[in-house]
Ligand binder design. Structure first.
Ligand code: HEC
Length: 108
């Protein structure tokens, strides 16, 4: 039963190869979850302190893919925490995968 559910879940992600998904999730865990939480809610000690946005919220989800990409890559206009992951060695592909991951968060 459990296995069938997982298989159904993976099958619902046709745009992203399973391998890439695992990598994006690992990346999110390593680089983002300390503030944003694995669920994107931002209810971590660091997240609450900084007042991070809930990545599942309308406010964030209404941003275009390009805007989300720019946010992660360059952190334009961010005061609390300039993201700028492009300057810290993250590839465009990795950032694009993170955008896809963020789009999936509200559906979890
Ligand atoms: C040190 C804490 C911290 C880490 C680590 C972090 N963020 Fe954030 N994030 C924030 C804060 C704080 C905000 C709210 C905006 C600001 O900085 O003023 C934010 C906002 C965002 C937003 C909303 C952008 C917007 O323009 O409203 C996105 C998307 C985001 N982060 C993605 C990520 C991703 C993806 C990672 C990992 C690659 C990451 N963040 C890592 C603290 C963090």
């Amino acid at each position: 039963m459990q296995k069938a559910l997982i298989a159904a879940f993976l099958a619902s992600l046709p745009m992203l190869p399973v391998r890439a998904w695992a990598q994006a999730e690992d990346l999110f865990k390593a680089q983002c979850s300390s503030c944003h939480g694995m669920d994107g809610s931002g209810s971590t000690p660091a997240g609450r302190k900084l007042g991070v946005a809930d990545l599942r919220s309308q406010q964030v989800q209404s941003l275009t893919d390009q805007k989300l990409f720019d946010t992660i890559a360059y952190g334009i206009k961010h005061k609390q925490y300039p993201h700028a992951f492009a300057k810290r060695g993250m590839t465009e592909k990795q950032i694009a995968d993170l955008v896809v991951l963020i789009r999936k968060l509200p559906k979890k």
